[in-house]
Design a protein around this ligand. Sequence first.
Ligand code: BGC
Length: 763
Amino acid sequence: MYKIYFFIISLLCLFSCQNDSTSSLLDSKTEDHINSLIDDMTIKEKVGQTCQITLDAILKKDTLGVLLEPHEIDQEKLNIALINYNVGSILNVSNHTFSLEKWQNIIDNVQSTASTTNHKIPIIYGVDAIHGATYIKSSTLFPQEIGLAATWDTSHARIMAEITAYETRASGVPWNFSPVLDLGRNPIWSRFFETLGEDVYLAKTMGKSIIKGYQGSANIDKYHVAACLKHFVGYSVPSSGRDRTPALIPNRSLEELHLPAFKEAIDAGALTVMINSGEVNGIPGHANKYLLTDILKDKWGFSGFTVSDWEDFINLHKMAQTDSTLKDAIATAINSGVDMSMVPNNPEYKSYCKLFIELVNEERISETRLDDAVRRILRVKNHLGLLNQTRIPVSNDYSDFGSEEHKKASYNAASESITLLKNKDLLPLSTENKILLIGPTANSLNCLNGAWTHTWQGVDENYNNDYPTIKDVIKDRFAKVNYFEGSKMIMKDGDEHDILSSDLQDAVKSAQFSDVAIVCLGELPSTERPGDILTLDLPQEQQLIVRELSKTGIPIILVLVEGRPKIIREIEPLSDAILQAYLPGDQGANAIADVLLGNVNPSGKLPYTYPRHNGVIMHYDHKKSELLNANTWKDSYYNPQWDFGFGLSYTTFEYSNMKLNSKSINSDNELLVSVDIRNTGNVIGKEVVQLYIRDHYATISPSLKKLKRYTKIELKPSESRTVNFTISSDDLKFYGIENNWIVEEGKFSVIINSLIQDFNFIK
Ligand code: BGC
């Protein structure tokens, strides 16, 4: 039977898979080996392979169920999970980060125990190393994805992923639950900072580089990890803005916005996919057979495995209420195409295994489907080099872990992400300037890193104190610095509460002794449900710091340390310069100081449209019909604080001489676009050249423009460069009325900076 299956999959892949895709997992010798292993396994052993438990489930606890510190594996619990229940995967940390050595001991213990099981199949261990090896002490932490996207340079994405893979693998963990490829279209959503921004092309290109960095070449060596694409699909646009709540997504938006970054990553060879915890159009992600099986596996030829998100089999029953029992929910999820269940707790995993076995015996889940899920899991294990070893040696061969070179890479990404949003001839500063430093993010490494930093929510300073805060670096770099807190952010009843500090008035008094105020604002780290917020407005307490200081006439620089755009409409005019730092990671403070001092010329560009008002969340790729303000009868509704792709520099660039090689193209030829860019200022600088296409008329109302290409270049003063781009008919396609990708004849424009030229598409 499996031979026929293999033949069909190979045939499908011949037609649908590209070079790097997971079809490369399908060589016949490996498949034969895996299939004979599956033939030898009992139903119970196979079900166990699909079960993923959390580390917490096998740690020692006291009689009240409280974890003992330091965390230690409870060997009896581990034996029960691996030997009695044949569990195939473990994830996560419990509560906090571990040292590298501790990790190595844990993995060694886990794999030693796995080697005593009947088939000696190693465990595939997974963690959320989403901006560096987040749960290993002294690892290298990078900007969160939103900042990475702001570099508009895929090499930073690739290097971040390579280093993260290396440092994660050093701990013995071969599987990373990253990248998030959900689009950041709704800044109120708590995981906006985990996205690559609002644009599909930017997310596609950065995402692909991350996959290459995590996985390396087709064969994953000991310095790389399996990537896990999250969260398939539509998780980021819940109607209420709250995490894990329902989304309504028209099929066209799914095809044009939400699926492409996943498809690109699958084509690049991504080995695993995690499923959306929410629901789309009433269908829970874990029950969506169309998306999981028909699209992902059958149409795209994905032959790796899908894993549920946290407790999501249980949630089909408890939260979505699409299944009246847990047993029904397991049948639904597995039959829809989920291959592994992050159950993940004890004793729930035992019920999962028991009920799954019953479902197979009752033929509600076919053994063929179970075998398919196990085959996919074993393929990935094999690809990670796990299958041929009974015990995984934990190597000491990772001398670059946390090295200066890795830190430099993180610093480079952070400094290229920082986006200068305003500069009234104030920046760069001189080290001689007398600084008034103030604000709730000025003295917090947690705020620079965001959530998923040594702890889940990233708020425990005890585990995150190895690197300097903005205050530490500013005090170091400038001759005279007066620091004030201004206001504090605390978590109360699950929400951020801001409180004015008693030193605000002292700060105002001291303004007369300072040349400039650096005001560091932003938000507390948080993610998932704990990160749900009530408003995008920057808290009044933080705004008050700016209002009070502005009365003194001191020039004000805002430094925004935030994972999403908080509304600053009223304090923007009171500020002379504004830096968006995003969540820049461990090296963030150094990068911010270097931008302030002009040691780094800022080159980040917004990866999202920065809203001006809380109630108007529009994107740069809006349509003409969204513009008309019926009160003024002017096209004034698109009036964001700053546009997508915006960012200033300490130099200026002039665009000229845009040329198209033809006034028309068809499906067989390409449009060659060239444009000259000149550095017209006095300092060396980097510029992101962005090419947008406008489709003037289409049967599905078109966007006013869509990003199709970009590149980042560096120019010395007076230097100019010609940048070339190639556009094909594929770049003009949209998802048409007949529900397929089409291109229609007619007029298009190429838009680069303020240059526009028209061309026609002719069939
Ligand atoms: C999150 C995932 C994460 C998983 C494992 C879930 O709650 O939604 O993104 O990978 O936990 O930590």
